[in-house]
Design a protein around this ligand. Sequence first.
Ligand SMILES: Nc1ncnc2c1ncn2[C@@H]1O[C@H](COP(=O)(O)OP(=O)(O)O)[C@@H](O)[C@H]1O
Ligand SMILES: [Mg+2]
Length: 239
Amino acid sequence: MAIQNGFIQIIQDEKRDYQYEEAMKTLRTNIQFSGNGLKVIMLTSAMPDEGKSETSSQLAISMAQTEGRVLFIDADIRKSVLVSRFGGGQQIYGLTQYLTGQRLLGEVLYHTNLPNLDIIFSGPMAPNPAELLSEDAFSKLIAWARNEYDTIIIDTPPLGSVIDGAIIAQRCDGAILVVESGALSYRLVQKAKSQLERTGCRILGAVLNRVDMAGSGYYHRYYGKYSKYTKYYENEPVK
Ligand SMILES: Nc1ncnc2c1ncn2[C@@H]1O[C@H](COP(=O)(O)OP(=O)(O)O)[C@@H](O)[C@H]1O
Ligand SMILES: [Mg+2]
């Protein structure tokens, strides 16, 4: 992604393979068949790095290319990867600035080169994301977006780390659980699922990410990844 003339240029540089495109199409279709009235959809997972941001942004792009107006919200305030993918030192305003009243909605809403896709980035790290997300401003944003867009896709933090995901779930019509293939125990995924269920948000299904299609097991992640889980709390707020 890059910014040009105030528009976010979405550059699909990595050539997605056929299987990925097909999986995305299946995901889209499954969402469509999950019922009417599904407008606000969040993607979450039990742990970091399972592919929430990857899957949610690709899903938003894919839906914007085929199914009407889409708003993508990066609500992983504690660890936004999307802004850092910009580079170039451009000033980007985001969700935290809107939620704290420092910026107006119009200032944090970015249009993209895809006419049907708008983005709200997470903005600088705030010290109290859970509180910010519980306040009125967030529900007002979602209520506004429901009128403006056909679909709202929300990227969230992992359920196993912080409460933010559960708070966001209360404003969503449905949630999709991203599960990294072979990385987590059944128990952990089950726990994430029950956490979501307790919020009253409907679970639409799960995406099994990073499946080793070759079946050779060449892609293997160890439980060492849990070191990243603790690091999650160490993100320093940006002042
Ligand atoms: N299906 C996939 N194929 C290839 N790379 C992937 C896939 N899913 C995620 N990744 C990569 O793995 C890393 C972590 O994914 P990300 O979506 O940022 O995880 P999360 O948002 O759950 O923390 C990123 O570098 C991302 O590009
Ligand atoms: Mg992420």
